[in-house]
Structure formats: C-alpha cells, structure tokens
Design a protein around this ligand. Structure first.
Ligand SMILES: Cc1cc2nc3c(=O)[nH]c(=O)nc-3n(C[C@H](O)[C@H](O)[C@H](O)COP(=O)(O)O)c2cc1C
Length: 196
C-alpha cells in the first residue's frame, strides 16, 4: 500500500460488516482472525526439542571449607571467551552441591569419557558421598578432579547470572588439560551416545 486509503478503495455500498475485511477492489472477504494463541511451552516439549541437541557431560566439583568434596553432573558446559579464558554452565535452583561450590569461589570441571556413564549417574544423584569409591585427586586450585576424564578445567567463579530456574555460572579458567584421546561421553535424546 503506497497511496492514501480513499472512499473508492472501500465503497460505501460494500463497506465490510463486522468480522469482514475490505479488499482493494471493494469486495469483502471473511476476516482472518489469528487463531494461533501462543500456548505455554510444556517442560516435556522443551526437553524433547532440546534433547535433539547433543551435549557433553561433565562434573563440576569443589572442596568445602570443611574438606568435603562435592559435585554435580552438568550437560551445559560451553566455552565463552578466549581472552580472558571463560567457560559457562547452568546450575539448577534445586542443586544442593552448587551453593557449596559457589561459596568456595572455585571449582574444577571434569569432562567425562564415554566409559564413565556410571560416574555421571553418581553425580546426577543426591547421594551425600558421591566421591566414595571413585578415582580422583585434588587439583591445583584445591577442587576435586576426576581421573581418566577427557579434559579438565580449574576455574575461579567469575560471575553468576540469574536465568529462570537455573543460573549461568561463568568460570575463569586458571589451569586446564586434556586426556590422551578418550572418547567423550555425549548426551543426546535422553540417552548416552559414544563419539569415536
Ligand atoms: C546428562 C545430565 C546433564 C545434567 N545437566 C545439568 C545441568 O546442566 N545443570 C544442573 O543443575 N543439573 C544438571 N543435571 C542434573 C544434576 O546432575 C542433578 O540434579 C544432581 O542431582 C544435582 O546434584 P546436587 O543436588 O548434589 O547438586 C544433569 C544430569 C544429567 C544426567
């Protein structure tokens, strides 16, 4: 539409009734009422769609002031910045380990290998003794580092931003390393898949 709307565009004798819209030729047609009302996106749908996005699986762990190793499994690890070196992940509001790790201001991220599904299951649980029986050591920043992982990153907590029922925790990487070619553990479609 470039010109002004005039009476000839909408003649009096074909003026649209309620629920009808005018056309340029003066005829009328039924109104097209937008029928798409945005529905709330269910958790099931959100999980199902986002489940098609493969993620790595890692354990974020810290050492409390009382010397208790604590950690949780995460599938939200991402690199953020090269200079300075920053990574991020998203701890949930229901995590009991994250508040303890946050309080220390530092943590170690251990990226799990394809044969560490059982380790993931432990850290995805609410067990109080998650490190019992596992092979791990104390990293340079004092946080627990799991053995036989694909990669590890020691971090200082740089910032944390609220994000719905999770938050976005940003870690400044102070030391890091990778394994010797282990296959990473990948989570896709609600299942673990191996990546060669
Ligand atoms: C593959 C996988 C990925 C997960 N990713 C996250 C995540 O990114 N953030 C999170 O808060 N919980 C995540 N979880 C769930 C936590 O590991 C789980 O809630 C755990 O019980 C938290 O332990 P906590 O209460 O000791 O912190 C994930 C679990 C699995 C199995």
């Amino acid at each position: 539409m470039t010109g002004p709307i005039t009476g000839s565009w909408c003649p009096v004798d074909s003026r649209p009734a309620a629920g009808q819209l005018p056309r340029r030729d003066g005829a009328v047609r039924p109104a097209v009422v937008p029928a798409v009302v945005p529905a709330p996106i269910s958790g099931t749908l959100f999980r199902s769609v986002m489940g098609s996005v493969p993620t790595s699986v890692a354990v974020v762990a810290g050492m409390t002031a009382g010397g208790e190793p604590v950690g949780l499994a995460i599938g939200t690890l991402t690199s953020v910045s090269l200079d300075p070196p920053l990574i991020a992940f998203c701890p949930g509001a229901t995590s009991t380990s994250w508040p303890k790790i946050r309080a220390t201001g530092r943590f170690c991220v251990s990226v799990l290998a394809g044969d560490q599904q059982d380790v993931c299951a432990v850290f995805a649980s609410k067990r109080p003794d998650k490190f019992a029986g596992l092979s791990w050591s104390v990293a340079g920043n004092g946080a627990p580092r799991l053995d036989d992982v694909v990669a590890w990153l020691e971090c200082d907590l740089e910032a944390e931003h609220a994000a719905g029922d999770h938050s976005i925790a940003i870690g400044r990487v102070t030391r890091l390393g990778s394994g010797t070619g282990e296959v990473p553990l990948v989570f896709l479609g609600g299942r673990y898949v191996g990546v060669a």
